[in-house]
Design a protein around this ligand. Structure first.
Ligand code: C2O
Ligand code: CU
Length: 546
């Protein structure tokens, strides 16, 4: 295993999209940011220099970071932010992950432009569980706002309502042919006829699940969230913010044509959303394309929940001794039931309170709207025994309390409690979480839930209320997919399992940033095990000061 060293200089540079120029926060001036490459088991040390004018943190999304929560990145959860002019050397310890992950800012909404791919190759001497592709490329889906991202975020907080919608979706930072002033820079993928390519698709977007497809070509799914899956053939992908999908593409169509790949939003809510389509081009390199317009991919209607859940429901882990050992916990020590709600708070003075009936919008897990600490991080407070930063009484919520997906839920559920509460887990305990979507006041939505420090097995999902007697009988304990982000379907539930074998403080949240900022987040503390090799590593000397 190797140790790689990389430098990330966070700085503002001007970028032009959609006919206008603005300064954006970047890493090394690049948007999307640089791709990190390593092999399974390697370590990457990234020296993060903040040369921008705002606080920042960087998170390595999907990296378990065994015993090393110090470098995980979420601001005020595991560290205080890196201040302008300061530097933090983060250690990315790759253990069991293999495939595609990504990194992104984990402070305010900076990840809109501060993000990039993390490619983890098999160990030396081992291979992919499929034939070696001719070449491989990351495809990063994202969003573009004409507005400054810091302003967007500040305005969003002030308004109490939904944020402004993005002005474009992007593929590798480019909106593509269908947007003004964007055609010349459309991302182009050059392929050779009859060759097979590995594409590493990442949804880095802040707000929505996306549908993705390539005209006339079928896609063979081989992995998600740095874990291989049983291959399956599909003509579209549904991908959550935070999630990655690896697929093989064989260039087997008429090389005299060119083909669009495209992405657009899936949403089950009636809120305004960016209803545009981003495209990139697939070119067969050795041929001069005909003058006819490129073929367009079929993308499902924006509210096609079935297409979204049926794609996700097809993911199965590869029960293959070399590439993935399925070790889904069978006996559960901690059964957790977490409701996910969009709520409202009463209007505060000086706010514009654009939520329903003059309220401000909120969101919660078990009716607790998480309050992010502002002066210390939970990890540092826990490690150094500082009081007053967080509570350890994250509430239980009985499964049978309500008909969560009904329209006549009791009014008191509308207003959550504001708290900084964590759930404490014993080292090596086996944990099951049932995420239950609800239809509280401000309405139901899909919630891509993401856990730091672990991947979890997704053992079941369904619509309506979770039935604790019947639904567990249908759990897939044989080949459930191993993911770090899973979209809990609108007005439905999803069950995940993991073993708490990674001591530390680990954030969990909806990866839709407006839901996250409204409080649909919580954190776990996993206690140290008995032996030194089951305990949190000592903190690095250059932790950013609080
Ligand atoms: Cu991709 Cu907590 O983040
Ligand atoms: Cu959500």
């Amino acid at each position: 295993a190797l140790v790689h060293r990389r430098t990330f200089v966070v700085k503002e540079v001007p970028y032009t999209r959609l006919c206008s120029t603005k300064n954006i926060l970047t890493v090394n001036g690049q948007f999307p940011g640089p791709t990190l490459y390593a092999r399974k088991g390697d370590t990457i040390i990234v020296d993060v220099h903040n040369k921008g004018n705002q606080n920042i943190t960087i998170h390595w999304h999907g990296v378990k970071q065994p015993r090393n929560p110090w470098s995980d990145g979420p601001e005020y959860i595991t560290q205080c932010p890196i201040q302008p002019g300061a530097k933090f050397s983060q250690k990315i310890i790759l253990s069991t992950e293999e495939g595609t992950l990504w990194w992104h800012a984990h402070s305010e909404w900076d990840r809109a432009t501060v993000c990039g791919a993390l490619v983890i190759y098999p160990k030396k001497g081992t291979n992919y569980p499929f034939s070696k592709p001719h070449a491989e490329f990351p495809l990063i889906l994202g969003e573009w706002w004409k507005e400054d991202i810091e302003e967007l975020y500040t305005e969003f907080l002030k308004s109490g309502g939904d944020p402004n919608i993005s002005d474009a979706l992007t593929i590798n930072g480019q909106p593509g042919d269908l947007y003004p002033c964007s055609k010349p820079d459309t991302f182009k993928l050059m392929v050779e006829h009859s060759k097979t390519y590995l594409l590493r698709l990442i949804n880095s977007g802040l707000q929505d699940i996306l549908f993705f497809s390539i005209a006339n070509h079928s896609l063979t799914i081989v992995g998600s969230d740095a874990s291989y899956t049983k291959p399956f053939v599909t003509n579209y992908i549904a991908i959550s913010p935070g999630q990655t999908i690896d697929f093989l593409l064989t260039a087997d169509q008429d090389p005299h044509h060119h083909y669009y790949m495209g992405a657009k939003v899936y949403t089950a809510t009636s809120n305004p959303f960016d209803n545009t389509t981003t495209t990139a081009l697939l070119h067969y390199g050795d041929f001069t394309p005909s003058n006819s317009p490129p073929f367009s991919p079929y993308l499902a209607p924006y509210n096609d929940t079935n297409s979204s859940v049926s794609f996700t429901g097809r993911l199965r882990s590869l029960a293959d001794k070399i590439h993935s050992v399925v070790d889904v916990p069978l006996n559960i020590n901690d059964r957790l039931f977490f409701t996910l709600s969009i709520n409202t708070f009463p209007c505060r003075q000086n706010d514009s309170c654009q939520g329903p009936n003059g309220s401000r919008l909120a969101a919660s897990v078990n009716n607790v709207s998480f309050v992010t600490p502002t002066v210390n991080s939970i990890l540092q407070a826990y490690y150094y025994h500082a009081n007053g930063v967080f509570g350890d009484r994250f509430p239980d919520f009985p499964e049978t309390l309500f008909d969560f997906t009904a329209t006549d839920l009791p009014l008191y559920l509308e207003t959550p409690k504001s708290r900084t509460e964590v759930k404490v887990l014993e080292y090596n305990s086996t944990v099951e979480i049932v995420f239950q979507g609800t239809n509280v006041t401000a309405g139901a939505a899909d919630h891509p839930m993401h856990l730091h420090g672990f991947s979890f097995y997704v053992v079941g999902w369904g619509f309506g209320n979770f039935d604790k007697d019947k639904d567990p009988l249908n759990y897939n304990l044989v080949d459930p997919p191993l993911q770090n982000t899973i979209a809990v379907p609108v007005n439905g539930w999803t069950t995940v399992r993991f073993k708490a074998d990674n001591p530390g403080v680990w954030f969990m949240h909806c990866h839709v940033d407006r839901h996250m900022s409204w409080g649909m987040t919580m954190a776990f503390i996993v206690k140290n095990g008995k032996f030194p090799n089951a305990q949190i590593l000592p903190p690095p000397p250059d932790m950013p000061p609080c």
